[in-house]
Design a protein around this ligand. Structure first.
Ligand SMILES: Nc1ncnc2c1ncn2[C@@H]1O[C@H](COP(=O)(O)OP(=O)(O)OP(=O)(O)O)[C@@H](O)[C@H]1O
Ligand SMILES: [Mg+2]
Length: 160
């Protein structure tokens, strides 16, 4: 399946994409969020978590590497930021292999190479004028179905 490219004209558009991803998400998925510093990875992850019902502060996992949020259906969403990881072995130390995680949102996944679950969906964000571009690339059947549902949402259908 071809990647899908969206233009996100402002941070509200990034929030809207996060909300649409939340509404259409599969029961279990791994998302890798790539892009340079300031590309909007955390903005998208936060919007997704909010739309999943997470209340209160959504802390950046920059130092803790992972923040875990209960999802109400018994599962958890795990938000990781591996920018500051010194050695991928730190991930093993965190014991991130439970099945509680229904949704993984991983910033800087390239720094956890080999120790993270394979992604269903890769999202590559980049600065694009005053806004951002988002390239969504599914990597599994789960990711492909997710992207198809996403394409039917008003936020994403309007872009193309
Ligand atoms: N579509 C957009 N258009 C313009 N600005 C945006 C857009 N999306 C997010 N931003 C802004 O970009 C800035 C950086 O975003 P964010 O912290 O999410 O980046 P990041 O990719 O997580 O960076 P880092 O790798 O440093 O953690 C924020 O001020 C955010 O509001
Ligand atoms: Mg970030």
């Amino acid at each position: 399946m071809n990647p899908r490219t969206l233009h996100l004209r402002d941070a509200d558009a990034t929030d809207a994409l996060g909300a649409a991803l939340a509404r259409t998400r599969p029961p279990r998925a791994v998302v890798h969020l790539r892009g340079d510093l300031g590309a909007g990875k955390s903005t998208l992850a936060r919007a997704l978590l909010r739309a999943l019902g997470v209340r209160g502060a959504i802390r950046s996992p920059t130092y803790t590497l992972v923040e875990r949020y209960p999802l109400g259906d018994g599962g958890e969403a795990w938000h990781l930021d591996l920018y500051r990881i010194a050695d991928p072995g730190e991930l093993e130390f965190l014991g991130l292999d439970g099945d509680e995680a229904r949704l993984w949102l991983v910033e800087w996944p390239e720094r956890g190479a080999g120790l993270l679950p394979a992604p269903d969906l890769r999202i590559e964000l980049a600065i694009d004028g005053a806004g951002r571009s988002a390239v969504l690339q599914p990597a599994t059947a789960t990711g492909r179905a997710w992207l198809e549902r996403l394409g039917e949402t008003r936020e994403v259908a309007a872009d193309s």
